[in-house]
Write a protein that binds this ligand. Structure first.
Ligand code: BDR
Ligand code: CA
Length: 315
């Protein structure tokens, strides 16, 4: 039985790889893509999602646009890692969509999917958590239909957008707090500590580009992002944050998680948006979220490569 999967996303270069991985994974059926502001504006993330699904031959998957801004306080700035259009300036190299965005908003699409589902639905949230917070706030009775929310976000050992905060949580800390702290729903957090360890090399990308036209197009979206991560990592590679989270959504257990109580810093000090993880032993009995801390790193890279490479072969 496949797992119904909703991908909530702000494409975004690593989001593009995450979406391709979801499409390439037979364990899940991708029943909806919902878009959110984040790496770039909502208009661009939505256009990119439509183009990417056209590339992947999955224009049957509805794309619904969600939040254009955070719940409470405006987003201070966009990401500089993904280029002006969110795809390193190469969004125009993807096929033009042959359909429009879904007339429903993101929360309504998620609601409809949850109501219609005959088994628990996984939501992979790989952008700011605004849409997911709104869903949980507007439709609390649907929580029981959510099998799990897999969140790419947070950092235990510091952040990437500020010294303390990781980008997705920093974009909308109030929404992140609602989802991670205030709601009784199963959550797995995939933090940047682990995604960073799974970074892929330029050689990995070159090999992927050689698998097929789809692989070549995906890799063609990476130059700005790769340049950013070359500086960040100190070697020629990039971090596929969101694809690591989607790997866990499609293959539960591929990442090894431990449960911890967490909070999200929502004040306006230097730690705004930080994930606060209570690692004290005596706190373990309290409610919390599962945080992915370990994986077989080389196996994870091979898993993503094999899936994306095979996707291209089907052309
Ligand atoms: C997260 O922020 C975005 O820039 C990426 O797409 C990823 O979701 C990593 O911090
Ligand atoms: Ca993202």
């Amino acid at each position: 039985m496949t797992i119904p999967l909703i991908l909530d996303t702000d494409p975004g270069v690593d989001d593009a790889f995450a979406l391709a991985l979801a499409v390439a994974s037979p364990e899940v059926s991708l029943v909806g893509v919902t878009t959110v502001f984040g790496n770039v504006s909502l208009g661009s993330t939505t256009a990119n999602a439509l183009r990417l699904l056209a590339l992947l031959g999955r224009e049957d998957v509805p794309v619904a646009a969600g939040a254009a801004r955070p719940l409470v306080h405006p987003q201070a700035r966009l990401s500089s890692a993904h280029g002006s259009d969110g795809l390193s300036g190469f969004a125009h190299t993807l096929p033009e969509p042959t359909r429009e965005v879904d007339p429903r908003d993101a929360v309504t699409l998620m609601r409809d999917v949850l109501v219609a589902a005959d088994r628990p639905v996984t939501i992979a949230a790989v952008g700011p958590l605004t849409n997911v917070a709104l869903l949980l706030a507007a439709h609390p009775s649907l929580r029981s239909r959510i099998g799990r929310i897999v969140v790419m976000g947070g950092g235990l050992d510091g952040g990437n957008i500020t010294p303390a905060a990781e980008f997705n949580l920093w974009c909308d800390p109030e929404a992140a707090r609602r989802v991670l702290v205030e709601e009784d729903v199963p959550v797995t957090v995939v933090p940047m500590d682990l995604t960073g360890r799974c970074a892929v090399s330029a050689q990995w990308l070159t090999a992927l580009a050689e698998t097929s036209e789809v692989g070549a197009k995906l890799v063609g979206l990476t130059p700005d992002y790769l340049a950013t991560y070359r500086r960040f990592l100190g070697w020629d590679g990039m971090v596929l944050h969101d694809a690591v989270a989607v790997a866990e959504a499609v293959r539960p257990g591929i990442l090894k998680s431990t449960r911890f109580p967490v909070d999200v810093e929502c004040s306006f000090g230097p730690a705004r948006g930080a994930l606060v993880v209570d690692r004290r032993l005596e706190s373990r009995e309290h409610l919390g979220v599962d945080i992915a801390l370990e994986t077989h790193v080389e196996g994870l890279r091979e898993f993503v490569f094999d899936r994306l490479g095979a996707l291209g072969q089907a052309d």
